[in-house]
Design a protein around this ligand. Structure first.
Ligand code: FE2
Length: 381
């Protein structure tokens, strides 16, 4: 839970002595662009009290937001997620992150230490009724942080509404430093001003830190499967889970993806029955594992078994996936999938891709570019 906090002389004062950066480990990075909302995240080295100052002009960051839950303002934490609310559609906002170190935390005696106030950054609030939508997709980076700046050189000049991370940014989850060094720092040049949407791949379900990912990505109201509307596009994000059966010995009895995919199927049926979905000009689905063209392991087959009929009947326009490391744009196949399937490549040299999408009332135009800047696929709807 998070919300706006009233101005308080107790703590919400802009730091007078501003530290230039040793307190903040990484960030800010924007998450969960939802109607009227944007979540600002960052990580500090030390337990802090944190807030966001924001407003519609860079010189007037007069509004302040904290995270609150159960009557308590979040404090003495290092992973910060503060949701700005009541944002006007499409409006540009400026913001900066602020943290104060908590030196000691005794009942009735809290001692603050050094303070940090970040450089102002800006974003545009989601506009559900926007005329167009524009975004980038990365997939299957697999712990190669240098791939982000490399592929971003081909992103084009256009301002994007968001960046979609379509799974397997990592090989497996080890600790927070891995998230920082292999993702949050490499994309920091874009993520302070453009939100990224994190879709989980099968590799992100592995390793001792996998169960901590919700602390760092998306928002608690989203989780890892969700839908969102951005201008002419209604997007559904599915969490395809692991690629092998739940009882495979390597999982040691601690995964439950068949049930999870079934739960998503029930949710998916309700999503595609919504008026907003039916009315949307472009119906786009993201799933790290593609339902076809992805071998015959249990994961892809089960995704197909529980989701494909729903997607076919719902007449989706495109499925955007990764996972196979073989890029391609697959047209509909009679008797299988009535929708095209876009599969991004990766992670090795010559196989990596960046996908660029621009959609408006005229057309949905997708372009896939490889790591030499060469266009390797297009789709126009
Ligand atoms: Fe994968």
């Amino acid at each position: 839970m998070a919300g706006l906090s009233p101005l308080s002389s107790f703590a919400l004062q802009t730091p007078q002595s501003v530290n230039t950066g040793t307190l903040v480990k990484t960030g800010p990075y924007l998450q969960s662009p939802l109607p009227g909302k944007m979540t600002v995240r960052w990580i500090t080295h030390e337990p802090c009290f944190s807030w966001v100052e924001y407003g519609e002009s860079i010189g007037q960051l007069t509004q302040k937001a904290t995270a609150t839950a159960f009557g308590l303002v979040e404090a003495y934490n290092t992973v910060h997620a503060i949701t700005l609310t009541d944002l006007l559609p499409g409006r540009q906002y400026f913001y900066r992150i602020c943290s104060k170190k908590i030196e000691s935390f005794e009942p009735y005696k809290l001692v603050y230490g050094e303070a940090f106030a970040g450089e102002p950054a800006s974003f545009n609030a989601l506009h559900p009724g926007a005329e167009s939508v524009s975004f980038l997709v990365f997939n299957d980076i697999h712990d190669r942080p240098e791939s982000f700046p490399h592929l971003l050189q081909y992103k084009g000049e256009e301002k994007r509404d968001f960046v979609f991370l379509n799974g397997d940014m990592f090989n497996y989850q080890d600790d927070e430093d891995q998230l920082v060094k292999h993702l949050l720092q490499p994309i920091s040049g874009i993520s302070a001003n453009t939100p990224f949407i994190f879709s989980r791949g099968n590799h992100e379900t592995r390793g001792k830190f996998a169960r901590r990912l919700p602390d760092y990505f998306n928002s608690s109201e989203q989780g890892f499967y969700f839908s969102f509307q951005y201008g002419p596009m209604y997007a559904i994000v599915l969490d395809s889970g692991e690629d092998k059966a739940d009882d495979t010995p390597v999982y040691a009895g601690i995964v439950d993806f068949d049930h999870y995919r079934q739960v998503q199927a029930e949710w998916l049926k309700k999503e595609v029955a919504k008026k907003a979905f039916k009315k949307a000009k472009y119906k786009v689905v993201f799933s790290h594992i593609p339902l076809f063209h992805s071998g015959d392991w249990h994961g892809p087959l089960h995704c197909r078994q529980v989701w494909n009929d729903i997607l076919n009947d719902a007449k989706i326009d495109v499925l955007i996936s990764g996972h196979t490391h073989v890029y391609g744009i697959h047209p509909p196949v009679k008797g299988q999938h009535r929708y095209p399937i876009v599969i991004g490549g990766g992670p090795q040299d010559g196989k990596r891709t960046i996908i660029k999408v621009k959609a408006n009332s005229e057309a949905f135009v997708l372009e896939m570019v490889d790591d030499s800047g060469k266009q390797v696929g297009t789709l126009r709807i």
